[in-house]
Write a protein that binds this ligand. Structure first.
Ligand SMILES: Nc1ncnc2c1ncn2[C@@H]1O[C@H](COP(=O)(O)OP(=O)(O)O)[C@@H](O)[C@H]1O
Ligand SMILES: [Mg+2]
Length: 321
């Protein structure tokens, strides 16, 4: 296959931890031809999506981990598959990049741009309320303060478009910082925040479950540092191997078919104490840690799934012609 990877600058990749780099290693090992670009290289000519791309080869060597060939203009529809792996935030430029990826013709774009636009990583989880902790999404500062006083126990507040642990605060009923935290996060009531019951099991860790084509394909536990509330690897969470509990298997079984229906084929579920807290659809991570801890590489499973999906598309096109 000819595969285009749309990502953040390749020279900044951490080759031991980066999931996109893991996908590229797996795809190359399976004989596929890789191309690289960033979202700024996407464009349209009439109804056709185009990109300025460079062929790329990768290797797991710190001193020399990628080589680019000559940059050329390419039609998006001439790739078999395009992997949108730009990291959040989902800002205006990100959304416009997904609009250009809508013009990719027959190329299989993962995740589906429509699905990525549809599913806010935090609010989408609320479509499965039976698995969520008690949650409100609101801009109403006074309302949040009343709820905190009524409950008399800590709440977690987070921006609805945050990622990597940024902007996550614990609100305590007796803390005089509460009003200021809420004014800052909501920008004085102009932005929605997610307020959530604090789940004490977060001290043990936040489970990341990798979902490929709606099925669980490995999981890791991210345990916060003693001096932090957040388990994100990015802010120092410690990673260990875990199995799925029956409740987590039930979450996967409930969410999986919806993910497939929404074109969200590579997804990371976050589960704390058996509660679903986030459905990461933009550029989920975690496969390298799973591979290291278990010997099973979800990157290979992902590439195999893409191979099958691209072949199925081609067979359909032939049958339809
Ligand atoms: N309801 C909660 N209770 C306890 N801790 C939480 C809760 N929600 C988030 N956290 C902590 O914050 C971290 C990041 O939360 P998450 O909702 O996954 O946002 P992000 O997009 O920043 O990863 C989690 O790993 C967890 O440690
Ligand atoms: Mg998370």
């Amino acid at each position: 296959m000819r595969i285009l990877v749309v990502m953040d600058p390749v020279e900044r990749v951490n080759i031991d931890k980066d999931t996109t780099f893991g996908f590229m290693l797996a795809a190359q090992a399976r004989g596929h031809e890789l191309f690289y670009c960033q979202i700024e290289h996407l464009s349209a000519r009439g109804g056709e999506g185009w990109a300025h791309v460079a062929p790329i080869t990768v290797q797991a060597e710190h001193h020399d981990f990628y080589r680019l060939g000559p940059w050329v203009d390419a039609r998006l529809g001439d790739f078999d598959s395009i992997w949108m792996r730009k990291d959040p935030p989902v800002d205006r430029a990100y959304l416009h990049a997904t609009h250009l990826l809508d013009l990719a013709g027959d190329a299989l774009v993962v995740n589906n741009p429509t699905g990525v636009r549809y599913a806010n990583e935090k609010i989408y989880a609320l479509q499965f309320p039976e698995f969520c902790p008690e949650t409100r999404v609101t801009r109403d500062i006074a309302g949040i303060r009343r709820w905190l006083a009524e409950k008399g126990e800590p709440l977690i507040v987070k921006p609805v478009d945050g990622h990597g642990g940024a902007g996550i605060f614990m609100l305590r009923p007796d803390d005089r910082n509460v009003a200021s935290i809420l004014e800052t996060l909501t920008e004085d009531g102009a932005r929605w925040v997610m307020v959530q019951q604090y789940i004490p099991e977060a001290r043990e860790g936040d489970k990341r479950i990798i979902m490929i084509d709606g099925k669980p394909c490995g999981a890791i536990l991210r345990t916060p540092r003693e001096d932090d509330n957040r388990g994100n690897i990015h802010v120092g969470g410690r990673v260990s191997h875990v199995e799925l509990t029956p409740r987590e298997q039930a979450i996967c079984a409930a969410v999986g078919p919806r993910l497939v229906r929404d074109g969200l084929w590579f997804v990371g579920l976050d589960v704390i104490g058996g509660y679903l807290t986030e459905i990461n659809v933009t550029s989920p991570t975690g496969i390298r840690e799973v591979a290291k801890l278990t010997g099973f590489d979800p990157g290979v499973a992902y590439v195999e799934w893409v191979e099958g999906a691209v072949a199925a598309r081609k067979a359909e096109a032939v049958a339809g012609a």
